[in-house]
Design a binder for this molecule. Sequence first.
Ligand code: GDP
Ligand code: IMO
Ligand code: MG
Length: 428
Amino acid sequence: MNLAVVGAQWGDEGKGKIVDLLTPHFSIVARYQGGHNAGHTVLVGGTRFILHLIPSGILHPGITCVIGNGVVVDPKALFEEIETLARHAIAVGDRLRISDRAHVILPYHRDLDLFSETRRGDRSIGTTSRGIGPAYEDKIGRRGIRVGDLNDPSALGAEIRDNVQARNRLIGGEALDWKLVLDDVLQYAERMRGWVCDTSLFLAHAMAQGGAVLFEGAQGTMLDIDHGTYPFVTSSNSTAGGVCTGLGVGPRAIDRVLGVAKAYTTRVGSGPLPTELSGALAERLRESGQEYGASTGRPRRCGWYDAVTVRYAARINGLDALALTKLDVLDDLDEIRICTGYRCRGGVIEEFPADLSLLAGCEPVYETMPGWKRSTRGVRSLADLPREARAYIARLEEASRVRAAIVSTGSDRDDTIFADDGMIVSRP
Ligand code: GDP
Ligand code: IMO
Ligand code: MG
């Protein structure tokens, strides 16, 4: 059985923990979009790993990790990550495959990302400044460099020269030397060569031999370039649809889709967040949930659980179930709210709108539930949860129109409730 794990909110839902937890059921973990803008945290035996570009399955020996054609690869970031893993005695060895069709992030993409953010002024997106958007722009603009192109230095040189010259004309200031960019990437190309292949073909062979694949989403539904809060989004399809285009697998290869959602909501960067809190309550969630970006360290904006958003994610991704994370973060609260709709122009809308100006005029409609005021940290069965916590989960499932098959009660692998084993996979 192949499973897609996607973010159901604005990213950082805890996908890394859930992917790591489920990895023993699979032989391959494959990323299909995004790049090192992602920061997926996995806690193993007290050691905290943050995976950016390499699939979160890498921590399990014997698992092969695939970086698909839909991913944008910064070779420098890739090797930094490999070195960090090596310092913790995790050897990538021959367990990595990188698509020859994946696009490469080069230093001018990072410059262009920063330039574009500065130019937008108070309308800036709040990107991770990793060059993600400009690399995807080059891909769509048909001037991108693919991993496979690094084998042909002569053709590559002309393309990089043109791209660097365009960057220099646009940004001004100190010019970038295209020959240095070329030399640099060729050195990385040499080191990457053993991992590069046609990953669509690799996956097809593996699946034909009965191998099960976990498709690991980065970012979240509301950051999807098509379905998110455009333009405050990332530049790829982070939703389940991206699995097919980003890996070259057919839609029938996806047997189940699991959405990861926090028991509240966070967002890092600019753009709408209808249930956003401010003041002491926001600070409390931020501190107890340690809501600081895994990639950039930026404080995350925090708010109540928004069932409108998760309902939308359930539809867009065809979610079979949710993995509900960070329930324990709500342990101390007297009351907890769930947003079930948006009050807008005299009525209530229940579907997430495309129009951000409409959204700006909306007020969340809340239901208030009693808190449980007891620690749920590390609880491993539904029966051991306080009655109020079970009621909160039940109401949240109902309002989101999707069941929670997994409830996470802490960062560790073991801090997990398998509420419905059959819906996803059987327990390891
Ligand atoms: P991702 O990008 O979706 O993988 O999520 P991040 O790693 O960016 O952020 C999630 C954070 O929450 C990480 O620090 C995790 O270790 C942590 N986390 C995951 N699940 C839980 C949970 O159930 N409870 C608590 N307290 N922390 C969790
Ligand atoms: P994971 O996989 C949360 C946000 C950025 C910014 C917007 C565009 O860890 O959940 P980009 O650099 O992609 O052009 O930035 O998207 N963003 C994320 N927010 N989690 C992520 O990844 C994110 N990746 C990008 O903050 O608002
Ligand atoms: Mg993250």
